[in-house]
Design a protein around this ligand. Sequence first.
Ligand code: SIN
Length: 342
Amino acid sequence: MQTTVRVLGTGGTIAGTASQGSAESVYKAGQLAVEELLKPLLPQLGTRIQSVQAVQVAQLDSRDMDHAVWQRLAAELQAGQENEQVVGQVVTHGTDTVEETAVFLQGVLRGAKPVVLTAAMRPATSPQADGPAHLIQALHLAADPAARGVWMVFGGRAWPAVQVRKVHPFALQAFSAGDGPAAATWGGGGWVWASDQAVGAAQGAQSTEPAGCVMPERCEDWPRVEIVHSHAGASGHALEALLRDGGGADDSAERCDQAALAPVVGVVISSTGNGSIHHSIHQALQNAVHAGRLKREQILVATRCTQGWVVGEPDHGWPVAARLTPAQARVALMLQLATAGR
Ligand code: SIN
């Protein structure tokens, strides 16, 4: 049987181009087709991967990622999961929101074949482009029987994708898994797994995130979850205003923009430290629960710290998204609420 790896393109810097002589930071993301990114790499793939199939799902800067693209991407990936010839799949993505896409895919995809997200910090036209190496590494991981679930490959390291967060706006090693080590490191032209325990722990980490979630068919109907930041000088007013916002018709409805459409049914608090939140936001949450506007299960607290995660149980008592960033927690809560509401 053929071993086919599918590569789904969504845009990002990995598919970006810069005009000649422009500064390193001046370029346009999402310009080159995924087929063009793959073409020069195919002769380097060796015999393990017999065929590569390119699918262009979107072509955008991932700051503009939206629910409609997620829906298309998940449908394409699910088709690959169910195709016997496909051993694994790669998604090329922008770095800015890849950690959110990871949580979404981990939640909705069925099947154990690896789905490997990858990205780049330099555009494809840069003489020192990092994308080609990442793409080769991602292809190899997608064909590796030891990998199951959703992975992220970046800078010669591989992690369960939900553990990863972008921690630097321009450094080449822009990703970290909090305090967690990489499960595999690229060396000698292949992946070297950290240890059997590391692989087991990595697979275990995948299973702690929401899975088997089924979203409403129309993405306009996905639960609207917003993020409120806790910070010095914060007040509960931002939260109260969001909860008063009853949504309403908007041109963006057709684009599945969740903002300004539906009433808010979930709130993530981006907390200041180990789950700590400003007393005024805590009070606004309590008021909302007492008034019947929110239930406890519609609230999730995540830390804004760039490393580590919330440990123990913060004394405010609200549910905590221990290992997820606030942006990831928004996706996790949306998935949970959609699934609970079915
Ligand atoms: C993007 O997220 O699409 C642009 C930035 C990047 O890929 O590094």
